[in-house]
Ligand binder design. Structure first.
Ligand SMILES: C[C@H](N)C(=O)N[C@@H](Cc1c[nH]cn1)C(=O)O
Ligand code: ZN
Ligand code: ZN
Length: 510
């Protein structure tokens, strides 16, 4: 085995090998390889920050139809970066038009970028997935600086911009890891395939079909999938993630008058869509965190003894949730309750209303058509179709009870499945060793309250394990204002990615 490893690492060839101590030799060799690689990563810090700065400058907001050209522009930027760093077989996969509900029915989905680095049949193949689209952001939301301009805060040692942690920082991290190998003259011990998409924040539309098509083509030799698109549980301890909640996103549209109206002339005379909407939306959940739609609770898998015990050793507290949310508004006080409600129970969130007045001042308008947006985070064993039937039935009934002459349509915008895996396979073991090598601690094994819709599809279609390797922290403000990535997480995160690939390369199973 040490011979094979020496070939793969391609460095330190002058060390005299003692056959009596192959493991010690392997370990010493690896540490020396890591030293060289990690020094190169440190040396390339300005280059990596500059690449991130250029990437986050492009406002690739997938949910805003008018910004679709920017999402495509960011894909093109990444294509250039892959090419410049020696990736081969780079393919820009078009996914066709965006399915309804959509305003522009000819709107093209952004491309998926496939590329590979290395194609050696003797090596394992790791597919890394990331998304280059981001959540919306504007300075008026309360950002300290322009969201699409990277701020390097030397005092706090952090990088601030939309996408810094979710997911442009980690995504560019994979390209950086390859650049570091090349410049350090260290052979990559695995073949790497990238799959970068531009619709994750909008339900990964079109990607399931692409993965199914490529399972026996581009992805045919994939041994493991690694996703760096979530966060540590708190702000101190690294973790590996073996579960995600799913996300079913809905809208309720209430249609009334032909145009927005003057409330002085029409108020009290016509039925107002916004008044109907707030009442229907008010029936969805209560202020204690309970979902009021009947039939959902019954689908949630019961807690096992093994699961109950799994919360004991997790490094997390009420203070962490208070610090990350900047408030004392937690619905639960005990660690187990907080974690269970983040990881293993469904939740319903109300996000906003399209078509309603939301600016400053006091506009006296009656909006003619409003769409209320809400999502339900799903967990084992909630069936997405059954859930949608329950939601639509509930909304229709609630609207009917109002006796309004307006019309109401409740519909699913997109859904993405939950995912739960075995955290003790060879990919997780490799990532645990990598965490120990980079951070000096054993990682916590966590589930994530957020969703990465495509995770289960990778697992099922490629019949491989998936492992989530977060780069950023739980207080990074993903989807929020002032999204950041600590510089230490960026730098160590790339070392972690690199070390994971090396440890995974030598794991016994394919
Ligand atoms: C965890 C990941 N970085 C993320 O933020 N995912 C989104 C995906 C999404 C958006 N709509 C539905 N799913 C999330 O969890 O909100
Ligand atoms: Zn993300
Ligand atoms: Zn996100």
């Amino acid at each position: 085995m040490y011979k094979l490893l020496s070939l793969k690492f391609g460095v330190c060839n002058k060390i005299i090998v003692s056959k009596a101590y192959p493991l010690l030799y392997t370990h010493t060799r690896k540490m020396s390889s890591f030293d060289k690689l990690f020094s190169k990563i440190d040396e390339l810090k300005p280059t990596f920050i500059n690449r991130l700065a250029k990437a986050v400058e492009i406002p690739a907001v997938s949910s805003d139809e008018s910004l679709r050209p920017m999402v495509v522009k960011k894909a093109e930027f990444l294509l250039e970066q892959l090419e410049a760093n020696g990736f081969t077989d780079i393919q820009r996969k078009e996914l066709g038009t965006q399915p309804p509900p959509v305003n522009d029915e000819n709107l093209q989905l952004p491309p998926v970028i496939l590329s590979r680095y290395g194609n050696d049949p003797a090596k394992k193949t790791v597919l890394v997935y990331g998304h280059y689209d981001v959540q919306p952001a504007s300075i008026e939301d309360g950002w300290e600086s322009e969201p699409f301009k990277l701020v390097i805060n030397e005092e706090k040692q952090l990088l601030r911009a939309r996408g810094a942690t979710d997911d442009t920082g980690p995504l560019t991290g994979w390209i950086n890891v390859i650049q570091a190998h090349r410049e350090a003259g260290i052979e990559l011990p695995v073949n790497l395939i990238t799959c970068f998409e531009g619709m994750e924040e909008s339900g990964s539309l079109g990607l399931d079909a692409l993965i199914a098509r490529e399972a026996t083509q581009y992805f045919k030799d994939v041994d493991a999938v690694c996703i760096s698109d979530n966060y540590w549980l708190g702000a101190k301890k690294p973790c590996l993630t073996y579960g995600l909640r799913g996300c079913n996103y809905y809208q309720i549209t209430i249609n009334g008058p032909a145009a927005d109206l003057h409330s002085g002339i029409f108020g009290g005379v016509i039925a107002e869509p916004m008044i109907d909407l707030v009442q229907v939306m008010g029936t969805l959940a209560d202020s204690k965190g309970n979902i009021l739609i009947k039939g959902i609770e019954e689908m949630v898998a019961p807690i096992t003894d093994k699961e109950s015990k799994s919360y004991d050793n997790i490094d997390f507290s009420l203070e962490d949730i208070e610090a990350a949310s900047g408030s004392k508004t937690s619905l639960y006080q005990k660690k187990e309750d907080i974690l269970m409600h983040r990881w293993r129970y469904p939740s319903l969130s109300i996000h906003g209303v399209e078509g309603a007045f939301s600016g400053q001042g006091a506009k006296t308008v009656i909006p003619a058509k409003v769409s209320g947006k809400f999502s339900i985070r799903t967990v084992p064993d909630i069936d997405s179709d059954k859930l949608t039937n329950l939601v639509v039935e509930h909304c229709n009934k609630a609207f009917k009870n109002l006796g309004s002459p307006n019309t109401c349509v409740a519909e699913l915008i997109h859904d993405g499945n939950y995912w739960l895996s075995d955290p003790y396979n060879s990919s997780f073991s490799a990532a645990a060793k990598a965490t120990k090598a980079v951070y000096g601690v054993e990682p916590d094994l966590t589930r994530e309250g957020g969703s990465i819709p495509i995770t289960l599809t990778f697992q099922d279609e490629l019949k491989t394990s998936v492992m989530l390797l977060p780069m950023g922290r739980g207080d990074d403000g993903a989807h929020s204002i002032n999204e950041k990535l600590d510089i230490s997480n960026f730098m160590k995160g790339m070392k972690l990615m690199a070390a994971y690939l090396h440890y995974y390369a030598e794991s016994p199973e394919k």
